[in-house]
Design a protein around this ligand. Structure first.
Ligand code: FES
Ligand SMILES: [Fe+2]
Length: 431
C-alpha cells in the first residue's frame, strides 16, 4: 500500500518533481494534429505544469516553445507565424522551432545580440494523428511505434477530453476494471442500439460486463509496466479481458473496437497537478473505423464543447437525470457516454482525491500495482537504471474475448501476441 509520502511523489508532475522528471523521459501527446493544421494559428498549451506555445512553421514542422518571449515576457501564443518561425508581436523577435532567435528587427544594424538568445524549445514529432513532445533531458528516445500509430489513418480515430482532476485518479480508473460492470451500465434499449456482438459470443461486451459484476483480477509485471487479466463468467465459458499499462501514463484497453479486431489507448497527460487531458486513440486492425460508431461508446451521441470539455460538468451536476434512474435502477442518469461517466468519477472527489481516507479492496488490485510500478520507475530513474522503453509495443495486449471453459490462459495469450506481431508486420510492409 502506498504511503502518504509516496502518493505525494506520484501526484506532482511540475518541473523538478520526481514524477514530473519521469514523465519527461517519455514522449507525451501535446495536441491532436487536427488542432494544428498547416496554416493554423499558434496554440497556447500547458503540459506538465509548463506554459508553452505550439506552432507550425512554414516547412510544416511543429515547434513547442516557452510561451513567454525571452525579451520581455510577452505571450507568444498571440504571435505571428512568419517565414522561419514564430514572431513576437511586441518587438518582432523571430524564433524557429529549435528556439533559435533568427531576427531582432529593432536592434541596430549589424547587431549579433540575437545569437546569444535562445527561447526554451522542446522537440516535437507527429505520428498517429497526434503531436508529441519530449520535455526531458538529453537526446529524446525513439518515438514508440505502437500499433495504433502504425495503422493506416482510416483505421484510427483520435479524440481528447479535458478532466479537472490530477492525472493519477484517471489513470487508476483505467485499471479499475470492476467499475465497468457498475458505473457504465446503460438502459437495456441502449444496449440493443450499441450492441456489437462479440464474435465468440451471442452477447455484446456491454451485456457480458453486466452479467458478472464481481470479476477475478490478476496482474503480471512487464519491463514496460504491467498487464491486468480480468475474468468474468459468460454463458459460453469465460469473458476474458486484458489491459496493458505502458509507463508512465498510457493505458491500453479493449475499448469500443473490442471484438472487431481493435483496441484503444487512453493517454492521461497532466496539464498541471489539478487537471489533465485524456486522449483516446481508437484503432482497428482489420479495417477502417467509423468515427461516429467508435465514438458512440465514449460520448454516447453527445458533443464535446469546441475546447474539448464535457457538456456534463460539476456546475450542471453532470445533467444527471433522476427520472431515468428510477426507470432503470442500475444506471447513473448521466447519459450513455463512458467518457462522461468517467469524468464524473474522477472529478467528483475534487482535483486531488484524499487517499488517506480510502479503503482499498480486492477490486483495487491493479490500482495498487499501478502505484508500485510508477514508484519503482521513479526509483530506477533516480538511480539511472530506468529500463529501455517498449518501442514496438508487440507485447501490448488489449483484448475482450469469450473463451471456452478451461482455456489455458498462457497459451491463449501467447497466440494473441503472435497474431499481433503478424498484424504489425503487415502494417509495416504497407507503410
Ligand atoms: S517581448 Fe517579445 S520581442 Fe520584445
Ligand atoms: Fe470507466
Amino acid at each position: 500500500m502506498a504511503s502518504r509520502s509516496e502518493i505525494e511523489l506520484l501526484i506532482h508532475t511540475g518541473p523538478g518533481t520526481p514524477c514530473g522528471d519521469l514523465m519527461r523521459r517519455y514522449w507525451q501527446p501535446v495536441a491532436l494534429a487536427s488542432e494544428l493544421p498547416p496554416d493554423g494559428d499558434p496554440l497556447p498549451v500547458k503540459l506538465l505544469g509548463e506554459e508553452l506555445v505550439l506552432f507550425r512553421d512554414d516547412r510544416g514542422r511543429p515547434g513547442l516553445l516557452d510561451r513567454f518571449c525571452a525579451h520581455r515576457g510577452v505571450d507568444l501564443s498571440y504571435g505571428r507565424c512568419d517565414p522561419g518561425g514564430l514572431r513576437c508581436l511586441y518587438h518582432g523577435w523571430l524564433y524557429d522551432v529549435d528556439g533559435t532567435c533568427l531576427e531582432q528587427p529593432a536592434e541596430p544594424a549589424g547587431s549579433t545580440f540575437h545569437k546569444r538568445i535562445r527561447q526554451t524549445a522542446y522537440p516535437c514529432r507527429e505520428t498517429g494523428d497526434l503531436i508529441f513532445a519530449y520535455l526531458g533531458p538529453g537526446e529524446p528516445p525513439e518515438l514508440p511505434e505502437l500499433d495504433f500509430y502504425l495503422a493506416p489513418d482510416s483505421h484510427r480515430v483520435v479524440s481528447k477530453i479535458f478532466q479537472e482532476s490530477n492525472y493519477l485518479q484517471a489513470l487508476e480508473g483505467t485499471f479499475d476494471q470492476s467499475h465497468l460492470s457498475i458505473l457504465h451500465r446503460v438502459p437495456p434499449a441502449d444496449v440493443a442500439i450499441k450492441a456489437v456482438t462479440l464474435e465468440e459470443s451471442a452477447k455484446s461486451h456491454y451485456a457480458l460486463l453486466s452479467e458478472d459484476v464481481a470479476p477475478r483480477i490478476e496482474t503480471e509485471r512487464t519491463h514496460f509496466g504491467f498487464r491486468e487479466y480480468v475474468s468474468r463468467k459468460a454463458p459460453e465459458g469465460e469473458y476474458l479481458k486484458v489491459e496493458t499499462f505502458v509507463l508512465p501514463n498510457l493505458g491500453v484497453v479493449p475499448g469500443a473496437a473490442a471484438g472487431r479486431g481493435g483496441y484503444q489507448g487512453n493517454f492521461h497527460v497532466p496539464i498541471d497537478d489539478f487537471s489533465h487531458w485524456k486522449y483516446y486513440i481508437k484503432f482497428r486492425e482489420d479495417g477502417p473505423l467509423d468515427p461516429a460508431t467508435s465514438n458512440e461508446g465514449s460520448y454516447g451521441g453527445e458533443a464535446l464543447t469546441p475546447d474539448f470539455r464535457s457538456p456534463r460538468n460539476a456546475e450542471n451536476r453532470y445533467l444527471q437525470d433522476r427520472k431515468v434512474m428510477k426507470q432503470h435502477p442500475f444506471v447513473t442518469g448521466m447519459g450513455r457516454g463512458f467518457a462522461f461517466h468517467d469524468t464524473w468519477a474522477v472529478e467528483s472527489p475534487g482535483p486531488i482525491v484524499d487517499r488517506t481516507k480510502e479503503h482499498l479492496s480486492y477490486t483495487d488490485k491493479a490500482v495498487i500495482v499501478l502505484r508500485q510500478t510508477l514508484l519503482e520507475a521513479i526509483a530506477q530513474m533516480q538511480s539511472d537504471t530506468l529500463p529501455a522503453q517498449s518501442r514496438d509495443g508487440s507485447d501490448i495486449l488489449a483484448i475482450g474475448d469469450v473463451v471456452p471453459p478451461g482455456t489455458d490462459h498462457e497459451a491463449y495469450l501467447a497466440a494473441k501476441i503472435a497474431a499481433r506481431r503478424d498484424a504489425r508486420s503487415s502494417f509495416a510492409a504497407k507503410s
